[in-house]
Ligand binder design. Structure first.
Ligand code: EPU
Length: 376
C-alpha cells in the first residue's frame, strides 16, 4: 500500500523531466519560485487560424489567466524564445514552416460590468470570442457594438485591429485597454487616446511588447443606432422597417455579412485581405477619367478612401478568380479564400498578383490588413 512518501515520490516522477518546461520567478521577498507550466510542444497552428494555414509551434501555451501569461513570458525570456500571441487567428497568415518560439493563445475570458447611469462600463478578457460578447451585449439591451456583429476574432483583436464595419469602429466604444508590458513585466492601463487608434491600426500593432489582457467598453443604455451605411439602409428599406430595434440591427448585420462573406466553417479566409487605400483627391480625379464609375468615401478635403474590392473586381477583373487552392471570394473580391491544403506561399503569391495588378492599373500601392507571421 502506498504511504504518503511514496505518493510524493510518484508525483515528482510524473513531473516532466525537461527543465525547459519550468520557469522561475523571484518573489518580492527574494524567494525563488519554480513554475511548472502546461507548455505543449510541436502543436499544429493551422487549426487556430481562420485561413486554416500554418506549420507547427515549437512551444504552445494556453493562458487562461494573466498569471499564466506572465509565467509564459518569463519562460520564453529564460529560454531565449521569440513569442507570438495568438487571439482568434482571424487576421494572420502563418508560415508553412511554423513558429520556432513560444506561441501563447490568450484565453482570458472574464466579464465584469459597472453601471454608470446612462452607460455601462463592460470589461472583457482578451480571449473572449468577439461575436459571443456582442450577442450578449445586444441581449442585455446595450448599444454600441451591434454593427460589429459576426466579425471573427477575440476581444483582444478588436483593439489591436481597431475592427470596423458598417460605419462603426471599435475605437468609438473603447474606454481603456489593459496590457502586459513584456519589457517591464508590468500590467498597465492605456486610455483610449493612448491607444493611437486609426483605420485598422493601433499602438498594439507596432508595440509587440504590449499584450492585451482586458478591454473596457462604454456601452449606452439608450438607443443610438447607425443604419445609414449603404448595405444596412438597403436592408431595412427592403424589409419595410423604418425604426429598427437593437436586435433587428444585429440581425441585419448578421444577414448582410452571411450573404457577402465566406462561411468560416467551410472555407479558409481572413476577411478583407487588404486595407481600402486612402489616396489624394487629385489622384482620384485622374483615376475617374479612366474609370468613371469608381466609388469613393471622402476623408477630408485632400484625401479620399477608395473601395479596393471595386478595383479588384472592375479594374483587375479578379472577382471570384481562383488560382490553384487560393482565390478571391465570388461575392467580395477584397476577401481571399483558401481551399483545404492551401499553403501560405500560395496565398502570398496570389496576394502579390493582386498587389501588382492594382499598382499597374491605378498606380496605387496597397497595404495588407492580414499580418504575415514568419518562422521566428
Ligand atoms: N465592391 C465591389 N466589388 C467587390 C467588393 C466590393 O464593387 O467585389 C464595392 C461595393 O459594391 C461597395 C464598395 O465596394 O460599393 C464597398 O464594399 P463593402 O461595403 O463590401 O465594403 P469593403 O470596403 O469592401 C469594408 C471592410 C470590411 C467591412 C465592410 C463593411 C476594410 C478593409 N474592409 O469592406 O471589413 O465588413 O467594409 O463595413 O475596410 C474586414 O476588415 O475583414 C472586413 C470584412
Amino acid at each position: 500500500m502506498a504511504d504518503g512518501r511514496t505518493h510524493i515520490k510518484t508525483l515528482l516522477w510524473s513531473l516532466p523531466r525537461r527543465p525547459s518546461l519550468v520557469a522561475s520567478t523571484t518573489t518580492p521577498l527574494g524567494v525563488v519560485v519554480f513554475l511548472y507550466m502546461n507548455i505543449q510542444e510541436n502543436v499544429s497552428l493551422a487549426q487556430y487560424t481562420t485561413l486554416k494555414i500554418g506549420g507547427m509551434a515549437r512551444y504552445f501555451l494556453v493562458a487562461r489567466t494573466t498569471r499564466e501569461l506572465i509565467d509564459g513570458i518569463a519562460y520564453a525570456k529564460q529560454n531565449d524564445l521569440p513569442v507570438f500571441v495568438l487571439g482568434g487567428g482571424s487576421n494572420i497568415l502563418l508560415d508553412d514552416e511554423g513558429f520556432e518560439g513560444l506561441v501563447v493563445k490568450i484565453e482570458i475570458k472574464s466579464v465584469e460590468s459597472i453601471d454608470r447611469g446612462d452607460t455601462v462600463e463592460v470589461t472583457a478578457g482578451a480571449g473572449l470570442d468577439w461575436d459571443t460578447f456582442v450577442a450578449d451585449m445586444v441581449s442585455d439591451e446595450l448599444y454600441g457594438l451591434e454593427n460589429l456583429s459576426l466579425i471573427p476574432g477575440t476581444i483582444g483583436a478588436s483593439v489591436v485591429q481597431n475592427i470596423g464595419a458598417y460605419g462603426v469602429e471599435i475605437s468609438s466604444a473603447v474606454l481603456w485597454v489593459e496590457i502586459l508590458n513584456t519589457e517591464t513585466n508590468n500590467i498597465e492601463t492605456l486610455k483610449n487616446v493612448q491607444c493611437e487608434f486609426n483605420y485598422r491600426n493601433s499602438i498594439f500593432k507596432s508595440n509587440k511588447h504590449y499584450i492585451v489582457t482586458r478591454v473596457a467598453y462604454e456601452l449606452k443604455k439608450k438607443a443610438n443606432l447607425q443604419t445609414d451605411y449603404k448595405d444596412v439602409a438597403e436592408y431595412f428599406l427592403s424589409k419595410g422597417i423604418e425604426d429598427p430595434t437593437l436586435a433587428q440591427v444585429r440581425n441585419a448585420i448578421v444577414s448582410i455579412r452571411t450573404a457577402k462573406l465566406p462561411d468560416l466553417d467551410t472555407i479558409g479566409t481572413a476577411g478583407s485581405f487588404f486595407k481600402n487605400p486612402v489616396i489624394s483627391t487629385e489622384s482620384y480625379k485622374a483615376l475617374l477619367e479612366q474609370y468613371p464609375a469608381m466609388p469613393s468615401y471622402s476623408i477630408d478635403s485632400d484625401t479620399v478612401k477608395v473601395p479596393l474590392g471595386w478595383i479588384i473586381e472592375h479594374v483587375c477583373g479578379m472577382k471570384g478568380l481562383t488560382d490553384g487552392s487560393v482565390g478571391t471570394h465570388d461575392k467580395q473580391s477584397l476577401v481571399i479564400v483558401s481551399k483545404k491544403n492551401a499553403t501560405a506561399e500560395e496565398v502570398k503569391s496570389f496576394a502579390k498578383k493582386i498587389i501588382n495588378c492594382v499598382k499597374e492599373k491605378t498606380g496605387i500601392e496597397i497595404e495588407r490588413e492580414v499580418e504575415y507571421i514568419n518562422k521566428k
